[in-house]
Write a protein that binds this ligand. Structure first.
Ligand code: 13P
Length: 249
């Protein structure tokens, strides 16, 4: 049985003080919630202070990115060992904003994913299509390509996130049917490549304008196992609304 994961990707938001205020609020409000996994992904600068709060709670911590080497002359980059050192369990890999603004390609994403697993982090690997690709009927082709590029990776050790680019930060959520179709397609691909046990256990999160008022209908779909939330994870009430909405189906 797959456990839902509700993950809050804070992106480039929150100073240390604001991050601690948010996570303190979440910790108080979620202390009796045990039916779902909860994780937050603050900016690097706030990770350690947030960890001091989350370590006593049922909220897990993750980083938004990592580098594909552990140390050396990589000015400005973050080693997976540093991420483990500040108490993270998860790391987001291949987010569409990294692909778009930092030209991250599948080969780099593959290396990052491998190293994350080697360092005992759980990578949340993001895949999704642009509006143009969807309109051209290329959604399946794009997803399949991205899954195939994750070669030599143990799919029992990763989480996947389907994030259609046209739904990120736009307020345009995929309809539950559209999202489910993509999630089922991804699970079927995983089944073909890695077998039914891996496919039935892998968590596939949906991301793209998830809000308290649409979370239930999305989570009701058989192949959606949680959410990767951007904007609505920046506020205690809206993120709690999503967490609570996901468990009261
Ligand atoms: P929004 O929830 O703001 O659309 O962002 C989704 C996302 O990119 C999560 O990683």
């Amino acid at each position: 049985m797959r456990r839902y994961l509700i993950a809050g990707n804070w992106k480039m938001n929150k100073t240390i003080q604001k991050a601690c205020e948010l996570v303190n609020g979440l910790a108080t409000e979620s202390k009796n919630i045990n039916d779902v996994d909860i994780a937050v992904f603050p900016p690097f600068t706030a990770l350690y202070e947030v960890y001091k709060i989350t370590k006593e709670t049922n909220i897990d911590l993750g980083a938004q990115n990592l580098w594909y080497e552990t140390k050396g002359a990589y000015t400005g980059e973050i080693s997976p060992e540093f991420i483990v050192d500040v108490g993270c369990k998860y790391v987001i890999v291949g987010h569409s904003e990294r692909r778009k603004y930092f030209q991250e390609k599948d080969e780099l994403i593959n290396r990052k994913t491998k190293l994350a697993i080697e360092k005992n982090l759980i990578p949340i690997v993001c895949v999704g299509e642009t509006l143009e690709q969807r309109e051209n009927g290329e959604t399946r082709k794009v997803i399949e390509y991205k899954i195939n590029e994750l070669e030599n990776i143990d799919f029992s050790k990763i989480v996947l996130a389907y994030e259609p680019l046209w739904a990120i930060g736009t307020g345009k959520t995929a309809t539950p049917e559209v999202a489910e179709e993509a999630h089922k397609f991804i699970r079927d691909l995983v089944q073909t490549k890695y077998g039914s046990e891996v496919a039935s256990n892998i968590r596939i999160l949906y991301g793209g304008s998830v809000k308290p008022d649409n979370v239930k209908i999305l989570m009701n779909q058989p192949d959606i196992d949680g959410a990767l939330v951007g904007g609505a994870s920046l506020d205690v009430n809206s993120f709690m609304g999503i967490i609570k909405g996901s468990i009261s189906l």
